[in-house]
Design a binder for this molecule. Structure first.
Ligand SMILES: [Zn+2]
Length: 229
């Protein structure tokens, strides 16, 4: 039984049946009922919150957030500002929704997505920089995943043409020597991390100052588990 379920079980039945009235529980109460507040203050804590969230998701016990919860939290100030504790650069793959696989909520993660989880353009890097410099997220996760079509195309030296080719060309540079698709995916994550540090002075210096950690991760679609690299 999740902590949130325990919380709800302890509520009078009447409280559950008048969801729209002004005596509804506050956003903080709902957050606390669902587990520790996801507002880590250090990069290490931020990674732990993500790892714990993924463990819940992979274990089939994600925090349950229903529409009523969303409505309450949405009206509690989140429409005025955002304070995501993590930035995630993920592949565009439809199976890789970061909020879901890390079991986080609206407002918790600043997400930048592109096929192959690459950051090869100033605009893409600019989004990642915004996540740290303005939003003050504590960790930047470069999130690769199993069965990645973009990396697989580069690994197999496919030439899809059109603008898709530009993605393959970037990935190919970072996976030289890969011995398997999984190896290529991990190499691509590491190459993207290195590229961010090389091409973004802002993020490189923020990491050196201890304000953010740039970390790679691999999501296994079959097991639903994230492995930090
Ligand atoms: Zn992918």
């Amino acid at each position: 039984m999740t902590s949130r379920r325990r919380f709800l079980a302890a509520l009078p039945v009447v409280a559950l049946t008048v969801a729209a009235c002004s005596s509804r529980h506050s956003a903080e109460e709902i957050r606390q009922s669902a587990g520790p507040l996801p507002r880590p203050q250090t990069p290490e804590d931020a990674i732990k919150v993500l790892a714990d969230g993924n463990a819940r998701f992979a274990g089939g016990t994600p925090q349950i957030r229903d529409t009523a919860d969303i409505e309450i939290i949405w009206s509690s100030g989140i429409d005025q500002k955002q304070e995501p504790f993590a930035t995630v650069l993920g592949c565009a793959d439809s199976r890789l929704a970061p909020e879901i696989i890390f079991d986080q909520f609206v407002g918790d993660i600043f997400v930048v997505r592109e096929a192959g989880n690459i950051a090869a353009s100033p605009t893409n890097l600019g989004s990642l920089e915004y996540g740290q410099a303005v939003l003050k997220s504590k960790v930047l996760v470069v999130l690769g995943h199993s069965d990645c079509g973009a990396v697989n195309a580069a690994y197999k030296d496919s030439a899809p043409g059109a603008n898709i080719q530009s993605i393959i060309d970037v990935i190919r540079q970072g996976i030289v020597g890969a011995t398997s698709l999984e190896d290529a995916i991990v190499r691509n994550v590491r190459a993207v991390k290195d590229g961010i540090r090389r091409d973004s002075t802002l993020l490189r210096e923020a990491e050196q100052a201890g304000d953010v950690t740039i970390v790679g991760a691999y999501y296994d679609i079959k097991t639903a588990s994230v492995r930090f690299l």
